[in-house]
Design a protein around this ligand. Structure first.
Ligand code: COS
Length: 380
């Protein structure tokens, strides 16, 4: 067992850290307040290779491993979880899904543009009535021979307003239940496809989350991913990897808050000494550091299993469950260390606290992760 990062991994980590400091930190508070994220910054992340880290270089990707992706996610999330969720959805769900299960034509058409940061991709599974209960898809894709007619509504879609391609899960044959679901690539601007309201959120406010409406949208059959009826399995398989990305995001949010608390504890003085000299603060820092390290080991293990082509669904669920709880605990404690300063925007920890919550919800709630883990440990 080797816990050291390779020289290459360290370089990936330090370049992501530098990008986060120089490009993401300036304006992060303003982007959170305004609920905006400029396309130029998305493009810059594409130029850095963050948008398609694991994609084959022949499609413009970085050709790197999952651990590199996790290191990038961790570093970006320390500063701006709105940026990192765009990176996560692009990499784990859209790029991985297309690269692993897409046709050659689909890969050539979409991957290079996503990799370059020309546009993002979106993954559209959730519906007003289907979040955790993902098999209950109400969106329909009626088979018309050489094309499908798509109707329905998707909710809480990350990158919903800015994407060029949307991977949309829809029910084709209800009698077959989840085995009758398909995943279709729907391009922005397709007639009948409307981008609906943007959500006003608690956290990750820089990232755009939208409702999407499909009304008699004609989608060629060549836009289907995989065989007829593969859509639900496609969603589950991609979400397994997605959970590693979100676990890494949660880890980064926690680590970012911890680093701020550590620094502050050496600057702020009370009762005649730095607060880091008080055992009350030392114990908080000790607990934060321990939880973060435990989360990090789970996240890296899940990534290493994926890279070794081992089953990784269990480790991914454990990593997401644990890291998201750590993100909640550590960001709350980081505010406590900062006292009143922690409660205002300027010191960044209040944003990280708000950003942490979503990691317990999206790409499978903590309750869903526990279901997945319980099924594994019980052999069900
Ligand atoms: N990889 C591959 N296949 C999987 C899978 C996985 N991780 N998980 C389930 N499947 C397959 C099963 O093998 C089964 O296939 P067969 O019928 O061919 O055997 C099929 O999918 C249905 O599985 P299951 O019966 O377990 O479905 P459930 O309705 O019980 O749901 C959970 C399983 C709860 C795990 C699933 O619905 C889920 O992950 N829900 C959360 C979805 C989510 O993350 N939503 C957030 C949206 S993205 S922000």
């Amino acid at each position: 067992m080797n816990f050291d990062l390779t020289e290459e991994h360290r370089m990936v980590q330090s370049s992501a850290r530098e990008f986060a400091q120089t490009e993401l930190l300036p304006g992060v508070i303003e982007r959170d307040t305004a609920q905006e994220f400029p396309n130029e910054l998305v493009k810059k992340m594409g130029d850095q290779g963050f948008m398609a880290v694991m994609v084959d270089p022949q499609y413009g990707g970085g050709g790197m491993d999952t651990l590199s992706y996790v290191l990038i996610m961790e570093e970006l999330s320390k500063i701006d979880a709105s940026a990192s969720v765009m990176v996560s959805v692009n990499n784990s769900l859209v790029c991985y899904g297309l690269q692993e299960y897409g046709t050659e034509e689909q890969k050539q058409k979409y991957l290079p543009k996503i990799a370059a940061g020309d546009y993002t991709g979106a993954f559209c599974l959730s519906e007003p009535e289907a979040g955790s209960d993902a098999t209950s898809q109400q969106t329909t894709a009626v088979d018309k021979g050489d094309h499908y007619i798509l109707n329905g509504t998707k909710n809480w879609i990350t990158n919903g307003g800015r994407s060029g391609v949307y991977l949309v899960m829809a029910q084709t044959d209800r009698a077959k239940q989840h085995r009758g679901i398909n995943c279709l690539c729907v391009e922005r601007g397709t007639p009948g496809f409307q981008i609906g309201k943007k959500e006003d959120k608690l956290g990750i406010r820089g990232s755009d989350t939208h409702t999407l409406m499909f009304s008699d949208v004609k989608v060629p059959k060549s836009n289907r991913i995989g065989e007829d009826g593969f859509g639900f399995k496609f969603a589950m398989k991609t979400l397994d990897g997605g959970r590693i990305g979100i676990a890494a995001q949660a880890l980064g949010i926690a680590a970012g808050a911890y680093e701020l608390a550590l620094k502050y504890s050496k600057e702020r003085k009370t009762f005649g000494k730095e607060i880091a000299q008080h055992q009350a603060i030392q114990f908080k820092l000790a607990d934060m550091a321990t939880k973060i390290e435990a989360a990090r080991l789970l996240v890296y293990k899940a990534a290493a299993e994926k890279d070794a082509h081992l089953p990784y669904g269990l480790s991914a669920a454990m990593a997401k469950l644990y890291a998201s709880k750590v993100a909640m605990d550590v960001t709350a404690e980081a505010i406590q260390v900062h006292g009143g300063y922690g409660y205002v925007k300027e010191f960044h920890v209040e944003r990280l606290y708000r950003d942490a919550k979503i990691t317990e919800i999206y790409e499978g709630t903590s309750e869903i992760q526990r279901m997945v883990i319980a099924r594994h440990v019980l052999g069900m």
